[in-house]
Design a protein around this ligand. Structure first.
Ligand code: AMP
Length: 215
């Protein structure tokens, strides 16, 4: 499930308020607000196909807040505060002779694995700017890396993707927005023990092979 595709589909429906809000953010090269996109994902994961077959998300979570909201929706998990109680806290410390309490069982994350595909900005730019959508089938091609089949009708139908995926002016803020939240996201996923990094500066089939190995 690609969250970009889900948002584009919602944005095409003029009556879909959520989709219209998302469209504005996408066209500005911004990330869609965390609550909005996570709500959409959680709703989708509750559908029978996901419940029966499992699921794989593409492009989500993109921020630590999204990861936390999804984890909470899947397992009810609330991270323990890392802060020590403040001075003057009304919570009394346990008495000295109190029985030591059992540590809580380790948390089993709702996500099995997150693959982070690492790529430099220049490669990301080249890949993003060459993408074209066939509005009739929803298939996304890449002019250089995954060219559309020779078909006049198809070539005339192809349109640039909306938003950051296609326009240089929007791509830079999109890369910056991701870079801003990346450290906190990686820390959260590493703490849960579910983050694997894959070098994606190489050809697609090599990335696929590395992904398969990680899984
Ligand atoms: P993509 O097709 O993955 O490049 O996504 C296109 C656009 O959709 C992004 O530039 C964002 O505006 C939005 N988007 C997709 N996934 C997310 C997400 N997980 N969080 C916030 N915005 C997202």
């Amino acid at each position: 499930l690609s969250t970009g595709d889900m948002l584009r589909a919602a944005g095409e429906d003029a009556d879909n308020e959520l989709g219209q809000t998302a469209k504005g953010h996408m066209e500005a090269g911004e990330l869609v607000p965390d609550e909005l996109i996570t709500g959409l994902v959680v709703e989708r994961l509750a559908k029978p196909d996901c419940r029966e077959q499992g699921w794989l998300l593409d492009g989500f979570p993109r921020t630590a807040a999204q990861a936390e909201l999804l984890e909470n929706a899947l397992t009810g998990y609330e991270p323990a505060s890392k802060e020590a109680p403040k001075k003057g806290s009304k919570i009394a410390p346990p008495p000295e002779d109190a029985e030591p309490t059992e540590p809580p069982p380790p948390h089993i994350p709702g996500l099995d694995l997150v693959l982070r595909l690492d790529v430099d900005d220049e490669t990301a730019r080249k890949r993003a700017l060459g993408r074209r959508l066939d509005p009739d089938t929803g298939i996304v091609y890449h002019l250089e890396l995954e060219p559309p089949p020779e078909d006049e009708g198809l070539n005339e139908r192809l349109v640039p993707l909306t938003g950051a995926a296609n326009q240089e002016a929007q791509l830079q803020p999109a890369l910056a927005a991701y870079a801003d939240g990346e450290a906190a996201l990686s820390e959260w996923l590493s703490d849960l023990g579910i983050l694997q990094q894959v070098s994606a500066d190489v050809a697609a089939d090599e990335v696929h092979a590395a992904d398969r190995k990680s899984v």
